[in-house]
Design a protein around this ligand. Structure first.
Ligand SMILES: NC(=O)c1ccc[n+]([C@@H]2O[C@H](COP(=O)([O-])OP(=O)(O)OC[C@H]3O[C@@H](n4cnc5c(N)ncnc54)[C@H](O)[C@@H]3O)[C@@H](O)[C@H]2O)c1
Length: 334
């Protein structure tokens, strides 16, 4: 099976390419390196000991995108990661987000029709659940108004796919990620971007390395067990493997399925800091700051559907998420 991976040089795309190759699926990547570096592809090549075919193309350019399908000829599946992902940036530059995240998707769906694609896997996010009233959230939990243009692009993308799927024989898996962290155990690839990180884990490892003076925990007075926000952290290789599983999913009556990809465990920010300290032996310098506008108090997944229907199992513990993220940070700065 040959699969087009959009955003193959990004954080989750690169780990997924490694998992696909491990399972004898041939990936073809398209990434314009707008948010990543070509070094990531070199990392994948070192792990897999084979070269990765990447098209340096902006997928929002429809003609350019079609050329890939014409040149490759036998692509039967698409895994679509390529999108911008920073909540704060999306508030400042909403059109950038709507243009990039929605145009890319629409162009790909045109290709689904034109080139008879059978399987389409889409990167959605737990942001679609907003600030949920009931925990854990399952796939039937209400979709609440989005807190940011980024979140809105994920909700709109899901809707566009559902509408399109009504007249398509392609099978669509919408994977709602919770908080992917960690890195490949080889430390050859991991989380990185051309932009300063907005999420906790890379900020935490940068603080541990001394690249930042201290880590600010946003809010210590939330109604949670220690006053800090609760999230569902999951190892990026576990997320990656769910994509491989989704490609061979046999759909029954409907051709769109939604899956929560989380560990099912709610972990507070302070618990994450303590897990990092325990896994690495490093004491972190942190302070409790003001709440950050737009942050949800607590969200974690009911992941039963992914386990039962995808046959997906979690392999990595919280400790391994910490140690692989740390090894990657050390390698990056060596
Ligand atoms: N990382 C997370 O915490 C998280 C959580 C939920 C959902 N997601 C979603 O998962 C997907 C992958 O996330 P990630 O963390 O790997 O992000 P990332 O920024 O590391 O990777 C995205 C890749 O897509 C590429 N790209 C972006 N726009 C492009 C375009 N128009 N044409 C070609 N390439 C383009 C970038 O260069 C980058 O390499 C995104 O859709 C993101 O919204 C991520």
């Amino acid at each position: 099976m040959k699969v087009l991976v959009t955003g193959g040089s990004g954080y989750i795309g690169s780990h997924t390419i490694v998992d696909l190759i491990d399972h004898n699926i041939l990936p073809v990547s398209v990434d314009n390196f707008s948010r990543s570096s070509s070094e990531t592809l070199e990392g994948i090549q070192k792990i897999c000991k084979q070269s990765i075919n990447n098209y340096d193309i902006d997928i929002s350019q429809a003609d350019e995108l079609r050329k890939i399908f014409e040149l490759e000829g036998d692509i039967t599946g698409i895994i679509h990661f390529a999108a911008f992902k920073f909540v704060g940036e999306s508030v400042k530059e909403p059109l950038l987000y709507y243009r990039n995240n929605l145009n890319g998707l629409i162009n790909l769906l045109d290709c689904v029709k034109k080139y008879n694609i059978q399987q389409f896997v889409f990167s959605s996010s737990c942001t679609v659940y907003g600030n949920p009233d009931q925990l854990p959230v399952n796939e039937q939990s209400p979709i609440l108004p989005s807190q940011s243009p980024y979140g809105a692009t994920k909700q709109m993308s899901e809707q566009i796919i559902r509408d399109f799927a009504q007249n398509s024989s392609c099978k669509f898996s919408l994977l709602r990620y919770f908080n992917p962290i960690g890195a490949h155990p080889s430390a050859m690839i991991g989380e990185g971007s051309k932009f300063p990180p907005e999420n906790l884990m890379p900020i935490l490892t940068e603080t541990a390395l001394g690249l930042r003076k201290s880590l600010t925990v946003f809010g210590g007075d939330y109604p949670t067990r220690d006053g800090t926000c609760v999230r569902d952290y999951i190892h990026v290789m576990d997320i990656a493997h769910a994509h491989t599983k989704a490609l061979s999913l046999h759909f029954q009556n409907q051709n769109v399925q939604t899956f929560n990809l989380g560990s099912g465990q709610g972990v507070t920010v302070l618990e994450l800091i303590s897990a990092f300290e325990k896994a690495t032996g490093i004491k972190l310098n942190y302070e409790i700051g003001e709440r950050r506008p737009g942050d949800v108090v607590a969200v974690y997944a009911d992941n039963r559907k992914a386990r039962e229907i995808l046959g997906w199992e979690l392999k990595y513990s919280l400790e391994e998420m910490m140690s692989t993220a740390w090894q990657w940070q050390l390698k990056k700065n060596a």
